[in-house]
Design a protein around this ligand. Structure first.
Ligand code: SIN
Length: 355
């Protein structure tokens, strides 16, 4: 609504906005946890014009919350900061530590939801990992920023505010782990980073499940694939040992060298294949040999669309697994957890259909 078409009400614009409704609708404030893990949302540069070349993860979680004082009127917020390196360094081990932290908060009956601030570069993998390993139906919402906190037009404060509004929404429970960026609520399974710098970088492969307008979340869909309370991966932890699952990018004229290295160095491989799961014919025998030694999943470097079983390749004959509609980085997460559960090929195929 613009100022021109506002109702003639002296309180409009001061008490009539969505945020004020969220604040005053509630008799007591819901309590949430904000778990900070670094990233651009906590980025710092002495140059307010800098949107690249800043120091990510430089600010403390309390400094992030200080930039949005209204948040403390919406929710009673407890914080924790388990780590802060850039998310390109995020390990599976750290993801298990993060899951434990979130589980601890989720088990507390006073906590209504959990917000995780995270670097955007690998946020989609962490979100999907948590979607598969957290056995809670409390809202768990990841957010980040494309511009550092010190930048003109920093997007972090609005994203964090929206993530908190989503985490306290009674409608958010049971929808699995979500990513809130740029006024959009996207389920962990389908969220992906689609631009290197723009604030609208995050997209849904398929559909987002909700939007935020005026600080208020509105949910439109519920994810249908198995997640959180319906997942069989919630008992896993890092003490089992984390397998080395590698992603191999495919292209015309690719050499055998990388796949040959995988034969001796990897526990499983995800092919980031071309099109709907193809790769050069000369590599078919090598992939066959690889799949005889370890699980090999065919995913695709194409942004959207499925890799269908026995489509581009006869998976039954080659021993490979079609990645369905998971992108390579998420296929890697699911495959890692399948290996940790010591699943056979049949069960891994089932999981790539169900999750
Ligand atoms: C990171 O992923 O940690 C740095 C980049 C970002 O947060 O956008």
């Amino acid at each position: 609504m613009t100022m021109d078409n506002m109702p003639n009400d002296s309180t409009a614009g001061r008490t009539g906005n969505g945020l004020d409704r969220l604040i005053t609708d509630r008799p007591s404030l819901p309590r949430i946890a904000v778990v900070a893990t670094g990233g651009t949302i906590a980025g710092y540069s002495s140059d307010p014009a800098a949107t690249v070349g800043y120091t990510a993860g430089a600010l403390d979680v309390s400094e992030l919350l200080d930039s949005i004082p209204e948040a403390r009127k919406m929710a009673d917020i407890v914080t924790e900061q388990p780590f802060s390196p850039c998310s390109e360094n995020r390990t599976m081990n750290e993801r298990f530590v993060l899951a434990k932290t979130i589980r601890r908060f989720a088990a507390n009956p006073e906590i209504a939801g959990i917000v995780v601030t995270h670097g955007t570069d690998t946020m989609e993998e962490t979100a999907y990992f948590l979607n598969l390993t957290l056995g809670t139906d409390k809202p768990v919402v990841l957010t980040g920023a494309m511009r550092p906190a010190t930048a003109i037009g920093a997007d972090g404060p609005a994203n964090l505010m929206n993530a908190i509004a989503t985490a306290i929404s009674p409608d958010a429970a049971g929808r699995g782990v979500m990513v809130v960026m740029n006024d959009t609520i996207v389920p962990a399974r389908s969220v992906t980073k689609g631009h290197t710098t723009r604030v609208d970088a995050f997209q849904a492969i398929g559909q987002s499940i909700g939007v935020l307008a005026n600080g208020r979340p509105e949910f439109l869909l519920t994810p249908t694939k198995r997640h959180t309370t319906m997942s069989e991966f919630t008992e896993l932890d890092e003490s089992i040992g984390i397998p080395q699952v590698d992603i191999v990018s495919c292209y015309a004229e690719m050499s055998e060298a990388i796949l040959e290295t995988c034969l001796s160095c990897s526990d499983a491989v995800v092919l980031s294949a071309v099109g709907d799961g193809a790769f050069p014919r000369k590599l078919h025998p090598l992939v066959h040999a690889l799949a005889g030694k370890m699980p090999v999943v065919r995913s695709t470097r194409v942004a959207d669309g499925p890799v269908v079983r026995n489509g581009e390749l006869n998976d039954d004959e080659y021993g490979t697994i079609a990645g369905n509609s998971l992108n390579p980085q998420k296929a890697r997460v699911l495959l890692t957890l399948c290996l940790m559960k010591k699943m056979n090929t049949c069960d891994i195929i089932r999981c790539f259909g169900e999750y």
